[in-house]
Structures are given as C-alpha cells and as structure tokens.
Design a protein around this ligand. Sequence first.
Ligand code: FAD
Length: 496
Amino acid sequence: MHYHRGNAYDYDRWDLDEWKSSTISKYFANLEKYLGKTATPFDVGTKGNMTLSYFKSDHFLRLPLSKMYKTAGYKPLARGKSLGYRDLLVTSWKSIRMNMARTFLTPIKERTNFHVALGTTATKILFTADKRVRGVEIMIGKYKKFIKVRKELILTGGSINNVKLLHMSGIGPKELLEYNHIPVVADLPVGKNFQMHLRVPIFVAIDKCCGQCLNCSTPDCQNDFFDFNEFYQNSWDYIMDKIGFFTHIGINDFVAYISTNQRRRDTANIGVFHTYFKRNDFYLKSFLEKRRFHPAVAASVLKYNKVRNIMLFYPTILAPVSRGEVYINSTHYLSQPVIKPNFYTDENGIDFRSMYAAVTMIVSLTDSLAMQRYKAKFLNIDIPNCRNFKFCSEYYFRCLIINLSSPTKKCGGVTRMGHSCHNSTVTDEEQKVLKVRGLRVSDVSLSPKVDSTNGLGLDALFAERLGDVLRHRWSKHYSSAYQKKKVAINVVEGEI
Ligand SMILES: Cc1cc2nc3c(=O)[nH]c(=O)nc-3n(C[C@H](O)[C@H](O)[C@H](O)COP(=O)(O)OP(=O)(O)OC[C@H]3O[C@@H](n4cnc5c(N)ncnc54)[C@H](O)[C@@H]3O)c2cc1C
C-alpha cells in the first residue's frame, strides 16, 4: 500500500553500473500512474499501470507532528533530498487497495499464453548435467508434476522461500547442501546477507481535544473514543459509497525520515512511522496481539488506552548494518526454513546506536510545544525485563530497545545481485543466477543492501527491468524504450 521509490543514495550505494539511480528512475516512471488531484513535489510517472495517489486524511496530528519535526530541524521532504517528513503515496484506485495481482495480472488474465496455477507449490528446480534449467517440480495438492522449461525460469518466491527452493534444488553453500545430503549444483552464498528492517514502538498518550478547544473539561473534549455505532456507520459508508473513515489510513501515511548517523548527517537512516488509537480503541488489542507483544506489555498499553488516546511512533532502521542468514531445516518441501536475523550484531554497534539515538530523540521531541498542546506524554509501559531500571534512564531505554524491537515485513539480500568478485553475490546485474544457466530471480531478495523502501516499489522495479532485459534477450526486433527515448518525466538527480 505505502509506495516509496527510495532515495538516490539507496541505489547508488549498491555500486552496480546498471542500477544507478539515474538509470532506474526511467523504469519507475514507466511503472507509475499518479492519479492525485494535486501536484506532487516528487518525480512520479503518469502513464504506467501502478495507480498511485495520496489518501490525505485530515488527521488532527498531521500538523503538530510536522511542527514537532520542524523543531528538530526537519522540513517537508523535498525532491532530491532524503531527510524530512512527507505523506507517502499509496497504491490505490478510487479508495480501493491495488495490490500487484490486481494491477498487473487482472488486466491480462484472459491471455491464452498466460496461466496461473493456484494452490501450487514449487518444490524443486531440476538441471541438466551441464547445469541448464530443465524444469520445475511442483505439488498440486498431493500430486507431483513436472513443468518443462524451454527458455528460462524466473524465481519470485520472496526472500525466505527463494532460499528454501534454491537450497532444495542444490544451489547454496556447499557445506550446508552436503550436510543435508543434497547434490550440489552450484556452490553459491544463497541465504547469506539477510537484512531486515527493525523497529521499536514508542507509546505516547495524547489528548486530542486539549489541543483544539483548550478547556479539557468540556464534554466536546471527551468525545475521541472508539464508538461501535460510528464503526458500523463507517463500514456502511465505505461498502456502499466508498466514502468516509475506511477510505484512508489516518496518520499512517505520514512518515519522517531522520538521520542519527553522525557520519552522514544528510542521509536518512531512520524512518519514523505513526499510528493513532482512540480512547478504548477496538483495534488496539488485535494490533498488539498480531505483533506478539509480551502479555504484560499489551495489558499495560490497553490499561492506558482505557483513559487516554495513544499515539504510536515507530522508528525503523532503514539500512541495517547487521547481517543474518536463512537456510533450510530439512529437505521436506513443507518444512519451515530457519531465519537467523542477527539483529543488532554488527561489529561496531551501529544499528543499536542509531536506534538508541532515534528513540531518545523522539521521546524528547514529545516535549516540544506543538506536542505539549496535546498533552503528549511518553508512557511508562510495563516491560517485565525493564522493571528494575529507572524510567527514562539510559539503561531503561537500552532495555526498552532490546525488549520491544520487532522486525517489519521488509527484508532482502539473500540472493544478492552484484559483482561476481563479491563473496555474497548470487546473481549478476541481469538478475541471472551465477554458475547455472536459464535461471533468474525477480523479487526483493535481490537487493544487495536493503534500502529505505524495500517493499512493493522495489519489487515492481526488479520485474520491470527484467522485462526489458528478457525482451532484449529473446525478441529479435525489440529495442528498449529505456535506452532510446527519454521519458516524459523530468528526472532530477537525487530523489528518484
Ligand atoms: C502485512 C504486510 C504489509 C506490507 N505493507 C507494505 C507497504 O505498505 N508498502 C510496501 O512497500 N511494502 C509492504 N510490505 C512488504 C511487501 O509486501 C514485500 O516487501 C513485497 O511483497 C516483497 O515482494 P516479493 O516479490 O519479494 O515477495 P512476495 O510478495 O512475498 O511474493 C512471493 C510469492 O511467491 C509465492 N511462493 C513462495 N514460495 C513458493 C513456492 N515454493 N511455490 C509457489 N509459490 C511460492 C508466495 O505465495 C508469494 O505469492 C508489506 C508486507 C506485509 C506482509
């Protein structure tokens, strides 16, 4: 849903000739279809398939949050810059969420040369003696089938399942494959270089009405609580007319990109996301449960929420330095692979220091004038392992970070694209798996260094670029639109 191209710095630090920010901006432009009514300060295409717009809810916290970040020296994010706050674009069309399947597959589903097999799991890639892809073995229910590959196989199983499938097919670290008695087809570091965005929740109590009517005791000031009648009305409005509360995501699309990196003050290393819960909010319980908070933490947050509205700040490490690993646990196709994220294990402690600086900065910013109008108060949540530390002391914050850090859903790096001389490289710049023939990867597992987006924007970029590469490779008369014509978008160096 959130859509962000990422920053020029994200791509330039990949250090790959074909993937410089100036080159790939054309692919982005070709993918995007901006449908917003107002002009956007960012470069965005208007002729592609991926429908983008702003939700722009008139959430009351948008202004105070902007003012809060201003006091820390941040401005609205400008073209070419990576620091600042902004409303994120979203992949939606007429208030309907547009996922990749709706965007790209639905329009072509009637094509006779296009087939989708539902409920099907690829279990193994098979190779000829000279290491060319021969086909893929699949399970449909309990039936095993073989699909022959004539030209190339493109793997898009995501950052975890790509590793599983490649390992089961004999592509991976030699020792691991031998340990699992899998014949080695190619000794490659598949599964190494695993990176994942990591975040920490900061719970802050807010009084909505104090900021708006100054006298907190008036009945008007007490009305920002969750109301089931309102909920049913909102659901009805959305289902019938696509209007109202469910047509946007509140303050969730407001994000601040900040830097806590002493050496690169001009580049964001932390993204701060925001969520808001009304007093006694029905959604908060399931929110806490889904994220598997410790029961004591969840109970404490819910207790506060009985009487206070809660604002959640989510500082997130955008470019983690720590590296983890994914590998198979057994050779059965249904077994879960092992994910060892190794959070906060980088040699110089950069990830932890970045997060510590971000958390303490946000807590101190809640004391800013803009937030104090809303009686913002950093909540002393009951974290069992931190009970012995003085609230807001250095050790308390350290403890909070260690106990409440949780991964986001954005990860990558396991089939790293890069130069063959690099010891964690799995694919070349044309997304081709090294040491075998006829196999490519096209999803976020390719990203050499996880970046500030690492989500659906990047996923679409890999697919768009591979489309161009494949047409070049297999179509005699194809000439790339990217190489010849200049797209109608004015691409400015920097923000891409
Ligand atoms: C709840 C949630 C919310 C998110 N919100 C955002 C957001 O707002 N913005 C954003 O940019 N990103 C968001 N993300 C992250 C984003 O969805 C991922 O980064 C992106 O989808 C990764 O794309 P991918 O192609 O690498 O993998 P996936 O999208 O995971 O695609 C892999 C596909 O392969 C299939 N598959 C796997 N193994 C096999 C097999 N053996 N056989 C057959 N099929 C197989 C899977 O079923 C899946 O369909 C979110 C993720 C989650 C989970």
